[in-house]
Design a protein around this ligand. Structure first.
Ligand SMILES: [Zn+2]
Length: 115
């Protein structure tokens, strides 16, 4: 499952950062997940819980913020909300559309316990 390997990477990333900061526990993680990334937030949260077991991130609260897809037409420059990767420009009808946002998966913030 794609979500599982990503969850493992997230746990490794945040555990590494927490350890470097001298923390004993990660209490919360804020994630940005693009709606065009193909990831299911529920599946990601479920996998995260499993991947975090016995790490500094165990029991951390995962906050997932979904990012709307955004596209820009390469022909006329029109920017619009993108629902899928195969979109048509609503202004000129062109199919040469660049995805400007909505495919991201990133950790935006981390709350750690240094006690
Ligand atoms: Zn256009």
């Amino acid at each position: 499952m794609h979500e599982m390997s990503l969850a493992v990477s997230i746990v490794e990333l945040v555990s590494g950062k927490a350890r470097a900061a001298g923390a004993t526990k990660v209490t919360a993680i804020e994630l940005e997940v693009g709606k065009l990334s193909g990831l299911m937030p529920e599946a990601l949260a479920f996998c995260f819980e499993a991947a975090a077991r016995d790490t500094l991130a165990q029991g951390a609260r995962l906050e997932i913020r979904e990012v709307e897809g955004g596209g820009r037409c390469l022909a006329c420059g029109h920017a619009f909300v993108l629902d899928s990767l195969l979109a048509q420009c609503p202004q000129c009808g062109g199919y040469a559309v660049e995805t400007v946002q909505g495919r991201e998966l990133q950790v935006v913030s981390l709350t750690i316990d240094e006690e």
